[in-house]
Design a binder for this molecule. Structure first.
Ligand code: EPU
Length: 422
């Protein structure tokens, strides 16, 4: 196992290119199951989670080929509809295979995802919606055993706007008989990207990006040829990186409109932010002002940037309230930040961060993907010899070559073998 080592204190300078979005890549690869033939996907990042979904699909008979920047996905012959526990337990997003499998094959056996470090994360809304479209299912030995003849369109109201739930229904409804209406749909750019890909495959979808999505089922879909969107969470992580280190960076190949809430908050913090087409220029302020945030579904402030923003508030000039409304346990980074000298108290879903002059380098443990990114950012400004971050396999799930990208911006960050790991 590796660990990341950082010697903090260097303001980031230079340019960084953003990779394709993890949370677009996973539904895009899953959606290829809806067609028969060679699909072409561009911009797919090299990540552990992408590797996991490919591995599950390979066991189903899907063939993957890499051709330069393009991922070719052949879904002609499916031999199994089984997503096993050993793989699903490492990535909850495997549930994205349920919608397309049931639509294409009329059956699926998928390990029920368990909870994860950030919360219980149930999938009841996915199952209820698919059941209302005619899916039969029973749970046995930890597996969802699902079957259906052709799914039929339905009116679906999500109690909570679920991102992967909306994506599962978009895929299932694309070839269902009749019209499906999703109300209180998730509006995230990744949902919009999937709708765009499905439309290019012949699906009839309207309203993505709003609360109500309408899908008119078609008999079949053709293979996809799609480039996924850049990762807005990676973009936001670098924006916070420039701000926290008081640096000056250009972030290339991003979609600034996907980060409106983040740009607004970082501007309030004092960062100087300029947008130029698909690039964002961020200059960090001399004094980091304290600002409150509340995580919300898109277009609100993303929960996937809450931990990174908290690292920034640890060295702000005052007190900041960070309110997490999406996941019930997404403050696991707090105890690690405290080890670096942060002053944070938690009351239920709110954290009060009292800004200090500095953070101090320390050995810390990554506990989930975004918590890992938060610790990297904290390490970039920590005073002292070195910050060591262990269990960085979490980071490799969702950030492509993160330490290389930070190195290119001048940071002293590298990987070492973690000899203390079992
Ligand atoms: N929820 C339910 N029942 C359901 C589904 C969701 O109660 O059936 C609840 C969840 O427990 C949560 C809320 O609804 O409280 C929203 O969860 P959502 O379903 O939208 O989350 P998700 O689809 O499981 C995706 C991203 C997450 C991101 C969230 C919120 C993917 C693969 N994952 O998860 O990404 O945090 O949306 O934006 O798209 C990450 O990348 O680090 C990550 C965790």
């Amino acid at each position: 196992m590796d660990k990341i080592v950082i010697q903090g204190g260097i303001p980031l300078k230079g340019q960084v290119d953003i990779s394709g979005a993890k949370n677009s890549a996973l539904p895009a690869i899953s959606a290829c199951l809806l067609s028969k033939g060679w699909n072409r996907l561009q911009g797919i990042p090299e990540l552990k989670d992408v590797h996991t979904i490919k591995k599950i699909m390979e066991e189903m008979g899907v063939v993957f080929k890499e051709q330069g920047e393009t991922l070719l996905v052949n879904t002609e012959n499916l031999t199994s509809c089984h997503a096993p526990y050993e793989l699903v337990k490492t990535m909850r997003a495997s549930i994205l295979l349920l919608g397309p499998l049931i639509a294409r094959m009329g059956r699926a056996k998928i390990s029920m995802p368990g909870g994860c470090a950030i919360g219980a994360r149930p999938i009841n809304l996915h199952l209820k919606a698919l059941s209302s479209m005619g899916m039969d299912m029973y749970l046995e030995h930890g597996y969802i055993n699902a079957s259906a003849k052709r799914l039929k369109g339905a009116r679906i109201f999500f109690d909570i706007p679920t991102v992967t739930g909306t994506e599962n229904i978009l895929m299932a409804a694309a070839t269902a008989k009749g019209v499906t209406v999703i109300e209180n749909a998730a509006k995230e750019p990744e949902v919009q990207d999937l709708a765009c890909m499905l439309r290019s495959m012949g699906a009839r979808i309207e309203g993505e990006g709003t609360d109500t999505i309408l899908i008119e089922g078609v008999d079949e879909l053709r293979p996809a040829d799609h480039r996924i969107i850049p990762d807005r969470i990676e973009t936001g992580t670098f924006m916070i990186g420039a701000t926290i280190t008081k640096g000056d960076i250009w972030i290339n190949n991003c979609i600034p409109e996907h980060l409106t809430a983040v740009i607004e908050k970082l501007t309030a913090v004092g960062a100087d932010i300029h947008i130029e087409d698909k690039r964002i220029h961020v200059i960090g302020p001399d004094i980091i002002r304290s600002v409150d945030i509340k995580t919300m579904p898109y277009p609100g402030f993303p929960t996937d940037l809450q931990a990174q923003f908290m690292a920034l508030m640890c060295i702000s000039d005052g007190s900041s309230i960070i309110h997490e409304t999406i996941f019930e346990n997404r403050f696991i980074h707090v105890s690690e930040l405290r080890r670096m000298g942060a002053d944070i108290s938690i009351d239920g879903s709110q954290a009060l961060v009292r800004g200090k002059d500095r953070l101090l380098a320390a050995p810390v443990m990554a506990t989930d993907l975004r918590a890992s990114a938060c610790l990297v950012l904290a390490g970039l400004i920590a005073e002292g010899e070195r910050t060591e971050i262990r269990r960085i396999y979490h980071l490799d799930r969702g950030y492509e070559r993160l330490e290389e990208k930070f190195q290119k911006l001048g940071a002293r960050i590298w990987r070492e073998k973690d000899l203390s790991a079992p």
